[in-house]
Design a protein around this ligand. Structure first.
Ligand SMILES: [Zn+2]
Length: 279
């Protein structure tokens, strides 16, 4: 009886650990390629879970073979219906290590942590995924903390240098940036909001953006669909007004949002223990 119970428990644990990722192969991939690609996505999903907790739904992962390309993942996008997931267009001739160094999967999976918020708030959603991608890579063990901070600094400084709408607030400028195809500026300006929120949370105590998101996934992910609901939930979970304040500041302040102080705060923040790269 004890053995039977143990077996049932083991099966339950095994199913829970294996549930979550469902793979679809739109093109022909060899067994070796499939093994490498699923290993890559699994490691990314593990990094995401270590950062922000477990998504309250299964993730559909669809692979297509790239017709050409000089990088492992020339294209990817999130899919929200039917079911939530990511479509990856890949070059499986690249080695696993190069896939792990690529930010695309951490970025796309991070999108799934929050609902689709509509085209008007694309700057917010892209900023969120861009900020989270390096946090995920830290938890995957492929970047250390100084590298994470350095990468933010480079991306945000570059975006600031390319932002020429000094009299316009960043959210108000977003549609122009998008129309002009200035995607990195759009993404990394938006990411400043999450850097500032994360930095403030870390300085206040033992919270981080990741811990707040983990709680959000548990309580509220499936019942929020608007930006205002998301912001209210994050404020409530963190027991602060950090998120609503930062959003208000973003709307009110003209020019590219300030990020240096928040970046310094992040650099000094004690990161959680980093898992081993081979876990
Ligand atoms: Zn994105």
């Amino acid at each position: 009886m004890i053995k039977a119970c143990t077996l049932v428990m083991m099966l339950l644990v095994f199913s829970a650990a294996q549930a979550g990722l469902h793979y679809e192969w739109a093109d022909e991939f060899s067994a070796r390629e499939r093994g490498m690609l699923t290993d890559w996505v699994q490691r990314t999903a593990d990094g995401l879970e270590a950062l922000g907790g477990r998504l309250p739904f299964d993730i559909r992962v669809r692979f297509q073979r790239a017709s050409s390309g000089l990088e492992p993942v020339p294209w990817a996008n999130t899919v929200r219906s039917p079911g939530q997931g990511v479509r990856f267009v890949v070059n499986p001739t690249f080695p696993l290590d190069e896939f792990l160094q690529d930010w695309t999967a951490p970025h796309e999976l991070s999108h799934l942590l929050i609902p689709y918020l509509g085209r008007r708030h694309a700057w917010f959603a892209e900023g969120f995924a861009s900020y989270m991608q390096y946090q995920v890579m830290y938890h995957m063990g492929v970047m250390d903390w100084p590298q994470v901070v350095d990468r933010y600094r480079r991306q945000m400084s570059k975006a600031e240098g390319n932002y020429h709408l000094d009299g316009t607030s960043f959210p108000a400028a977003a549609s122009q940036l998008r129309a002009a195809g200035q995607y990195p500026t759009l993404y990394w300006g938006g990411a400043v909001l999450f850097l500032r929120a994360d930095s403030r949370l870390r300085q206040r105590g033992d919270q981080t953006l990741g811990t707040v998101i983990a709680e959000y996934l548990t309580c509220c992910r499936m019942r929020t669909s608007k930006l205002s609901e998301l912001i209210s939930a994050l404020d409530e979970i963190s027991n602060t007004t950090v998120f609503s304040e930062e959003l208000t500041l973003f709307d009110a302040q003209p020019g590219f949002p300030e990020f240096e102080d928040a970046l310094e705060g992040l650099a000094e923040a004690e990161p959680v223990p980093q898992p081993q790269a081979d876990q």
